[in-house]
Design a protein around this ligand. Structure first.
Ligand code: FAQ
Length: 319
């Protein structure tokens, strides 16, 4: 049933369905794929889940670049497991989007045609192996902060996918921290490498949480629907508060001279984020945007025969 518009007012049964939907949200219960939902809720979810799925898939590239140059077999095995996990997260999320009527191949096309977004963070290069540790520590750390509340998201399949994703992200965060701890206990050159990586990734990690609340067009409605549970700024602050003590344990300096504990609130104040840089990256002008999309396009085109063969095999069995 299509959603009511100005020209086509809601029919009486739609009024009842909308009331039922509103009551489910108000009671903090889950909306499931079989349930009626307003068209804007469905579209908004596809938008966020697709963006999230694309992030997991494109997010394999920066660390994947180091798979052939890992410094030991142990590090290679850990990194391989992590990158494979990210692929799995993308798959769960595309499946969740499919329960809303989206088509997986169409979503991939929209990513490649830059009609849908993926996280800004994956448009920065990984210059040394310390970047692998810092991605685990900061990027997966930010992802956990953002995604743990999504385990209570109002849409059932998305919330349930997030439970496993968060458990795996937690392993990713710890392996990153452990790698950095090892490097910090190494040579002066290794410690400098870690500090350099922290200097480059700190600010982009803060941008992962999205634009400030007063410039976030989707937040208000998304929070009313219980899709998002906290605002972008709230989660960013939570991440800063969680990460500053961890930086002290590691012995690295976060590149922000204004970072200071506010004795009144018990929270850390931090400097201004460069939102122009964020907008540039979202506009496709970050350091690696073109490279990331070109690689995803090549993966789709070069591997199309696998999809075709799997589809033909499934069709044969179905008939
Ligand atoms: N990058 O109105 P809002 C990971 C877009 S997964 C790019 O505030 P919303 C795992 C936003 O889409 C990381 N675009 O939007 C991993 C919207 O554009 P649209 C991804 C961004 O949805 C680790 C516009 O700006 N995580 O890291 C960004 O209410 C290591 C206006 O923004 C998720 O996706 C950004 N940073 O809040 C993998 C979590 N921020 O769609 C490999 C789920 C905003 O209207 C290695 N998503 N935009 O065209 C969310 O929680 C939300 O979607 C936010 C944005 C918080 C990202």
């Amino acid at each position: 049933m299509s959603a009511p518009t100005l020209d086509r007012p809601a029919a009486p049964d739609e009024v009842a369905l909308q009331a039922q939907f509103d009551a489910t949200i108000a009671a903090d219960h889950r909306i499931e794929p079989r349930d009626w939902m307003p068209e804007a809720y469905r579209k908004g979810l596809i938008r966020q889940i697709a963006q999230h799925a694309h992030s997991e898939i494109i997010g394999m590239q920066p660390e994947g670049d180091w798979l052939l140059a890992a410094p030991s077999l142990r590090r290679k095995a850990i990194l391989l497991a992590k990158v494979q996990d990210e692929a799995g997260h993308g798959m769960y999320l595309y499946s969740a989007a499919e329960t809303l009527g989206a088509d997986r191949a169409d979503l991939t096309d929209k990513l490649i045609e830059r009609k849908q977004k993926y996280s800004s963070i994956f448009n920065y290069p990984t210059q040394t192996y310390a970047d692998v540790g810092v991605i685990g520590w900061l990027v997966d750390g930010a992802a956990i902060c953002n995604q743990v509340p999504l385990c209570r998201s109002s849409y059932g399949p998305y919330a349930r996918a997030m439970i496993r994703v968060c458990k795996e992200e937690s392993f990713h965060q710890r392996q990153g921290f452990e790698l950095l701890m090892t490097m910090m206990g190494g040579t002066g050159a290794q410690r400098a490498m870690v500090q350099d990586a922290v200097d480059r990734w700190w600010w982009p990690s803060l941008m992962m949480f999205g634009p400030p609340d007063d410039d976030s067009p989707n937040s208000a409605q998304s929070m009313k629907w219980g899709v998002k549970r906290h605002s972008n700024d709230e989660l960013r602050q939570r991440f800063v508060d969680m990460t500053v003590p961890q930086a002290a344990v590691l012995g690295v300096t976060l590149p922000d001279p204004e970072l200071a504990l506010d004795p009144e609130t018990g929270r850390y104040r931090f400097g201004a984020i460069d939102w122009d840089e964020f907008k540039q990256v979202l506009a496709g002008k970050g350091p690696c945007n073109d490279e990331r999309i070109a690689r995803r396009r090549a993966a789709r085109d070069d591997n199309a025969w696998v999809t075709e063969a799997a589809t033909a095999y499934a069709d044969k069995h179905a008939s």
